[in-house]
Ligand binder design. Structure first.
Ligand code: FES
Ligand code: FES
Length: 213
């Protein structure tokens, strides 16, 4: 039997978000994406269509990709949530400290432009590669088929899926990749291999953790 819940009713929820235990009283109709963004301040999860089409709000629920705009926060009670902020290594205060292989691949392949869709792609691909660590190009295309991007034309994102698979299978390349060390190691006149310069009129890429520039 379906339990009746009034619109403004609040429920206690407790979940692990990016390895941190979180609990709060939330409205029963609060979506997981709104809970993450507005209650926890994790604005890396973006909200586009709000009806399950674009994939920008994708987060991992116990490792599985879900649309944050279609899941109620109360449904995540007792579960483990990973947002784009939690894909890389975190420092003691829970802030991102290094890029994950998928984030590194996006940077290497210039797989983002405005960056709005990027958090959803990063989480989707992270889950996809956990299931299929050695995808063919065709499988990489299939892996991202549920996410929309208005800027890139997808080719560089497919390249990034394959690059991420490479990085994940290379123990040396998968070592922690500190932001500060990256800045020191990458001179401005020597862009990473595979990077494409912006065309006139294109916006500069945002950071690979999905935060718009
Ligand atoms: S905002 Fe959730 S799928 Fe578009
Ligand atoms: S919508 Fe994908 S980079 Fe802009």
């Amino acid at each position: 039997m379906t339990e009746k819940v009034s619109a403004g009713e609040r429920r206690e929820v407790a979940m692990t978000v990016n390895a941190v235990h979180r609990s709060a009283a939330v409205e029963a109709r609060r979506t997981l994406s709104d809970y993450l963004r507005h209650d926890l301040g994790l604005t890396g999860t973006h909200v586009g269509c709000e009806h399950g089409v674009c994939g920008a709000c994708t987060v991992l629920l116990d490792g599985e990709p879900v649309r944050g705009c279609l899941v109620f926060a109360v449904s995540a009670d007792g579960h483990r949530v990973t947002t784009v902020e939690g894909l890389g290594q975190l420092d003691e205060s829970g802030d991102p400290a290094s890029l994950s292989p998928v984030q590194r691949a996006f940077r290497d392949c210039h797989a983002l432009q405005c960056g709005f869709c990027t958090p959803g792609f990063l989480t989707t691909i992270t889950a996809g590669l956990a299931t299929n660590p050695h995808p063919t190009r065709e499988q990489a295309v299939e892996m991202i088929a549920g996410n929309l991007c208005r800027c890139t034309g997808y080719q560089n994102i497919v390249d990034a899926v394959l690059r991420a698979a490479e990085l994940m299978s290379d123990p040396d390349a998968a070592q922690p990749d500190r932001f500060a060390e990256d800045a020191d190691a990458a001179p401005a006149d020597d862009p990473p291999a595979g990077r494409r310069d912006s065309r006139p009129g294109e916006s500069e890429p945002s950071s690979a953790d999905g935060t718009p520039a």
